[in-house]
Design a protein around this ligand. Structure first.
Ligand code: UDX
Length: 432
């Protein structure tokens, strides 16, 4: 199929490249000239393991093109994926302005039957509105279908999540649209991955409900962690025991400093807002957000329990990105935590294997170390904030000898507590 993917961000670029890899001819379109220019040179604007190789292959085989020419891309395509940003609006509702702007141009460029696919995370009901915008701007009477196809891509594993998803969700109204979407994804469905077809509104709701449930699991285990600390239980053991119940499952039960990223915080708030607009108060999901916000202040509390005042202390930070294998700093807990440390008068030096450049744009008044060891040098304490593999096999004796005080706050519970205590560290985990 000839496909246009509008938006070359964390979602759009992965979708475009992987759709090309399924054999389609794909135009990846963006308004940002510099992004398109760098993509044409094979330079990716995002860090996503494995994406570059697939991009290079499909460019070489003339299946993948990059352009800023939105109108040409629309006219040439049979299927158009809208993958533009839907950032939080004034009161946290998803701002779908960019989606509607694209829908307007699609209407103006209609020149035959097309399917318009909402890949961006959009509030329930957006599909209907996109349909109206296209119909209103059409110059002529063309048939088209709008489809909801929410993404479930996790940063750092987005290529795998596209090619080997737990499920593909399609919200569509006509047989014609359902057939074409099944054709697009048949390369994946053939490997046994379920493709569920439902109505547009339910497909839109599945996305919000799924992300909010995953966020609920995280805040749930973070609350359990608080009691574990008080009573002397180990939340890692508790999560392991819980996860053996098939109905609970072991994933998304790692206690830590809460969820960040561009999706969970945004989607949870957008769902709460959508509820408000419909006079529904989400009591559980409101609590999920509150617990998540509080979680970020726990590491500083722990440091103050140990040192009293943090004034003039030197604190080392291992990990800045909101999760491993990404350079994304959006809503990263490290931002709140480092700002709190600065407020307490501490000096901060931070290391991250990949996110340093993005972090420098946000966290300007801190030092940056080039290695974990350099970052630990002369520190009164170390905070492990992101569970990058780089931090799992360090020479911790060497780290201890480099530090002024061997204090380690393991905010993702990646170390063996007893081991570090035996080495002479003052160790604090989350919930253990
Ligand atoms: C998420 C959803 O998983 C994905 O389906 C959706 O399409 C986009 O949002 P992402 O935000 O990239 O993906 O990362 P994810 O791996 O889900 O982690 C989200 C946050 O939760 C991270 O900050 C992570 O540190 C945190 N987390 C995750 C925990 O604190 N504990 C866990 O057990 C799992």
């Amino acid at each position: 199929m000839k496909i246009a993917v509008i938006g070359t961000g964390y979602v759009g670029l992965v979708v475009g490249v992987c759709l090309a890899d399924l054999g389609n001819e794909v135009f990846c379109i963006d308004v940002d000239e510099s992004k398109i220019e760098s993509l044409k040179k094979g330079v990716l604007p995002i860090y996503e393991p494995g994406l570059k190789d697939i991009l290079d292959i499909n460019v070489k085989e003339n299946r993948l093109f990059f352009t800023t020419d939105l109108r040409m891309g629309i006219k040439m395509s049979e299927v158009i994926f809208i993958a533009v940003g839907t950032p939080p609006g004034a009161n946290h509702e998803a701002d779908v302005t960019a989606v509607f702007n694209v829908a307007k141009v699609i209407g103006e460029c209609m020149n035959g039957y097309k399917i318009i696919v909402n890949k961006s995370t959009v509030p329930v009901g957006t599909g209907e509105m996109v349909k109206d915008v296209i119909a209103k701007n059409m110059k002529g009477d063309y048939e088209f279908d709008v489809v909801s196809n929410p993404e479930f891509l996790r940063e750092g594993t987005a290529v795998k999540d596209f090619t080997s998803p737990d499920r593909i969700i399609i919200g569509a109204e006509t047989e014609r649209a359902k057939k074409i979407m099944q054709r697009i994804y048949r390369g994946i469905v053939r490997t046994g991955k379920p493709l569920m077809i439902t109505d547009i509104k339910s497909a839109e709701m599945i996305k919000y409900a799924s992300n909010s449930f995953l966020a609920t699991k995280i805040s749930f285990i973070n609350e359990i962690a608080r009691l574990c600390e008080k009573v002397g239980a180990d939340v890692k053991e508790v999560a392991k025991g819980m996860g053996l119940d098939q109905r609970i499952g072991p994933r998304f039960l790692q206690a830590g400093i809460g969820f960040g990223g561009s999706c969970f915080p945004k989607d949870v708030r957008a769902l709460i807002q959508k509820g408000k607009e419909n006079n529904i108060e989400f009591k559980i999901i409101n609590a999920v957000e509150t617990v998540n916000y509080e979680q970020r202040f726990i590491p500083v509390k722990k440091l103050k329990e140990i040192f009293g005042s943090l004034n003039n202390l030197r604190i080392g930070i291992w990990g800045l990105s909101f999760k491993p294998k990404t350079d994304d700093m959006r809503e990263a807990p490290s931002i709140t935590i480092i700002n709190e440390l600065k407020k307490e008068g501490a000096d901060v030096i931070a290391f991250d294997p990949i996110a340093k450049e993005n972090a420098k744009k946000i966290l300007k008044d801190i030092e940056y170390g080039n290695t974990p060891y350099e970052t630990a040098k002369n520190c009164n304490a170390l905070l492990l904030l992101t569970e990058w593999n780089e931090f799992r096999e360090l020479d911790m004796i060497k780290v201890k000898d480099l530090m002024k005080n061997p204090v380690l706050i393991d905010c993702r519970n990646i170390y063996e507590k007893e081991e570090l205590i035996k080495m002479g560290f003052t160790y604090r985990g989350i919930g253990r």
